[in-house]
Write a protein that binds this ligand. Structure first.
Ligand SMILES: [Zn+2]
Ligand SMILES: [Zn+2]
Length: 363
């Protein structure tokens, strides 16, 4: 076998199947046989063109698969062998810049956002830079995590949102035992943040959603650690939180997408001296009616969160393997080469209601 199949996004909404040559692997790199690749908001924004880079590329940046080929030095560096199931981080790490040494390779000075997986031109050799494919290239500066044997590859793709939930819901805000935590947004990242906060000992976890579409997500939230699920289109979340806990939140995590009202709501939900984590991007939209004085009066700590670190990814894989929360049975859609178009359109809100968790699998 010297070629493989991939889906190339040649232009917005033009996902084309292509046969591409498999690269020769040297001492420092490797090749992944993709088993599953998780999808997030970035995927459908790339598909619709909101995030299109102007070049053809293979999307997919939350890959899980089997190490099919690996060079000797790469095997030693990554601590994995051919045949191991691994999860691949989206960002590369040079390992030597200040950001990488601090474990924050999403800000790597050599790589950063410029060559994250799932967003590199197919014209750059060896083309296989994304997870919508049977094979993904493992560049020398890749960061891999071994997947615990108890996990199937599709469930293992939750390493990405759950890693985010752990970093955004616990590590960054410093969530501690007994804290009241409010999570805005009941998608897979929001549910993951609930589970992570509960796992870290939070005393009370509230999650919010908006409208009918979010009801199925709010309904399962209790299985993921939420004590209260609120539809903000019907109920004022500040009042609901006060009624349930007698106060406001120590930690607020905003993982909403396309909800400009959420940020002012986060600020209102936080107690004086509390922490607000603003995580993930929201399509470049400004926030209307935001009064920064409230941040001052309450002396809030507002933290931006871009990605996940290696520590959180490892903790996520361990928490998944422990099966304390039913991530394997999330409402999920797994699409193959022929059905990705429809799935991405649904995720973009243009068709059927989107699944809570969406995954590509190369079949
Ligand atoms: Zn993603
Ligand atoms: Zn670096």
């Amino acid at each position: 076998m010297d070629s493989t199949d991939a889906l190339v996004l040649v232009a917005p909404r033009e996902l084309t199947a292509r046969e591409l040559p498999l690269p020769a692997i040297g001492a420092d790199d490797g090749l992944l046989r993709v088993e599953a690749c998780g999808l997030c908001g970035t995927d459908h924004e790339e598909f619709t063109g909101e995030l299109f880079g102007g070049f053809p590329f293979i999307p997919g940046h939350e890959s899980v698969g089997i190490v099919e080929r690996i060079g000797a030095r790469a095997a030693a560096r990554w601590g994995v062998q051919e045949g191991d199931r691994v999860a691949v981080e989206v960002f590369l790490s040079c390992g030597s810049c200040d950001a990488c040494r601090a474990g924050a390779h999403q800000r790597c000075e050599r790589h950063g956002l410029a060559d994250m997986y799932g967003y590199v031109s197919v014209d750059r050799a060896p083309a296989l830079w994304g997870g919508y494919a049977r094979h993904q290239y493992l560049a020398p500066d890749s960061v891999l995590h071994r997947v615990p044997a108890a996990l199937d590859p599709v469930t293992a793709t939750v390493f990405n949102p759950l890693g985010a939930g752990i970093r955004w819901g616990v590590t960054l805000p410093g969530t501690k035992t007994g804290d009241v935590v409010a999570v805005l947004g009941p998608g897979v990242r929001g549910l993951s943040a609930c589970a992570a906060a509960k796992q870290a000992g939070a005393g009370f976890v509230m999650v919010t959603g908006h409208g009918e579409r979010d009801h199925p997500r709010l309904e399962v939230a209790s299985q993921f650690g939420a004590d209260l699920a609120v539809d903000v289109s019907a109920t004022d979340p500040v009042r609901a939180l006060r009624e349930a806990t007698g106060g406001l939140a120590d930690v607020v995590v905003d993982v909403t997408a396309k909800a400009p009202d959420a940020f002012p709501q986060s600020i209102r939900l936080a107690r004086p001296g509390g922490t607000v984590v603003v995580a993930g991007t929201r399509g470049g939209r400004p926030v209307p009616d935001f009064n920064p004085d409230i941040v001052v009066y309450k002396e809030l700590r507002v933290i931006g969160a871009l990605g996940v670190d290696a520590e959180a990814y490892r903790a996520a894989l361990d928490l998944l393997a422990a099966r304390r929360y039913p991530f394997e049975s999330l409402a999920r859609r797994v699409a193959g080469f022929g059905t990705m178009d429809a799935l991405l359109r649904d995720m973009a809100g243009e068709g059927e209601p989107p699944p809570v968790h969406a995954v590509f699998a190369p079949h």
